[in-house]
Unconditional design. Structure first.
Ligand code: ASP
Length: 376
């Protein structure tokens, strides 16, 4: 057994002992047959199936896990049809795409991040450069753009025709107290489908984030689109890295920064323990430092699933009334993707059903998230 895997094993044994003493409800935690570090594993959000495959292959070929997960999410940053990340991401309220991303590297415990970055397609790669080529952790706005350009990243317009039309439809149907008017003859199917898929019956919610949309889907309320990709990987030696990259909350106030580039909120890893990252409403992650909290719960013996569910329960308990539905439940999505040093993993969600992506020695697949609440 190498030094690294011996350390990993001793840590796992310590956790098992602590948990057996602390709780008897999780028999699996004390199960000596569960895997220890030694197997490569990559987890990601549902939109990251190909990201996990790519990162797994790179780790298998000997890449540093940070390079691997950043290359994995790069596939989705490039995808014009994913309106939540990179190229084609939905813009801020002025129609400008502003991206947030971060990377954390377990072996060095270093991190890099960028926020409110415009015109650069691969913010996770810029975050990796911040981690490796500066003495800083977070660069924002114009400074982040200057830094990216200094490192040779090309500037480009990230607004695709689809994301521009979705933004314009949102703007034109937002209020009858301004001068922007939708084209009554407009029947752009992809745009209409976008709004339809994010609309909920009026009775569902009184949350102030809901906004009026085009009459063709009335009477519905529009769920503000969020979306992001998180990806975390572990090498055979139990070394972690994770990344989160996003265009953030659609139609946000310019300059709004979510949880994705904030270490401890949108992602966190500790090489002795594991990793957690998140997608969903960033503000609650910022208020609760959810990814850090989940890793700390794992340090104290919780399984990935227990840790994630406990953080979801804490969020659900503390949120303001305006973020609750008529039953008092959280009126937003929040998902955590967790990976532990012993190889266990979990996806947990505020609202199910939801899926997450995994690649390990058993292949590439979607798995079900464990849900705190389930929609009928
Ligand atoms: N967490 C991201 C943010 O708030 C959005 C998302 O994950 O959907 O910026």
């Amino acid at each position: 057994m190498s030094d690294v895997s011996r350390r990993a094993f001793m840590h796992v044994a310590g956790v098992a002992a602590a948990v057996v003493g602390a709780t008897s409800t999780n028999a699996a935690v004390g199960n000596p047959s569960r895997p220890t570090a030694g197997k490569i594993k990559v987890v990601s959000s549902a939109n990251g199936l190909e990201a996990t495959r790519k990162a797994y292959e790179m780790i298998l070929a000997g890449s540093d896990p940070a390079d691997a997960v950043v290359a994995g999410v790069g596939i989705v940053e490039d995808d014009p049809n994913d309106t939540s990340v990179g190229y084609g991401g939905l813009p801020n309220e002025r129609g400008i795409v502003e991206l947030d991303a971060a990377v954390m590297h377990g072996p060095t415990h270093r991190a890099g991040a960028v926020a409110s970055l415009q015109n650069i397609r691969h913010p996770a790669l810029v975050a990796l450069k911040v981690m490796r080529r500066t003495d800083h952790v977070l660069l924002v706005g114009a400074g982040a753009l200057d830094f990216a350009k200094a490192h040779g990243f090309p500037e480009e317009n990230l607004l695709t025709e689809l994301s521009r039309k979705i933004w314009l439809r949102w703007k034109e149907t937002l209020s009858d107290k301004d001068d922007w008017m939708p084209d009554p003859a407009d029947n752009d199917i992809p745009v209409a489908d976008f709004f339809r898929s994010r609309s909920v019956p009026l009775v569902q919610s009184a949350a102030t984030r809901d906004v009026k949309v085009a009459s063709d889907i009335s009477p519905m309320k529009f769920r503000r689109p969020t979306g992001t990709i998180h990806c975390a990987g572990m090498t055979r030696l139990g070394d972690f890295a994770c990344t989160t990259t996003t265009s953030g909350l659609a139609f946000k106030i310019p300059g709004r920064v979510g949880d994705s580039p904030i270490i401890g909120a949108g992602l966190y890893c500790d090489n002795e323990i594991g990793s957690c990252g998140s997608t969903g409403l960033g503000e609650v992650n910022l208020q609760n430092l959810c990814s850090f909290a989940a890793v700390e719960l794992m340090r104290n013996g919780a399984s990935p699933e227990e840790a994630g569910m406990e953080v979801l329960r804490r969020v659900a308990k503390k949120i303001e009334p305006r973020l609750r539905d008529k039953d008092g439940h959280p009126d937003f999505g929040l998902i955590f993707y967790l990976l532990a040093k012993d190889g266990r993993h979990a996806g947990v969600t505020m609202w199910g059903p939801e899926k997450f992506s995994v690649t390990d020695e058993n292949g590439t697949r979607h798995e079900d998230c464990t849900a705190l609440f389930t929609r009928p």
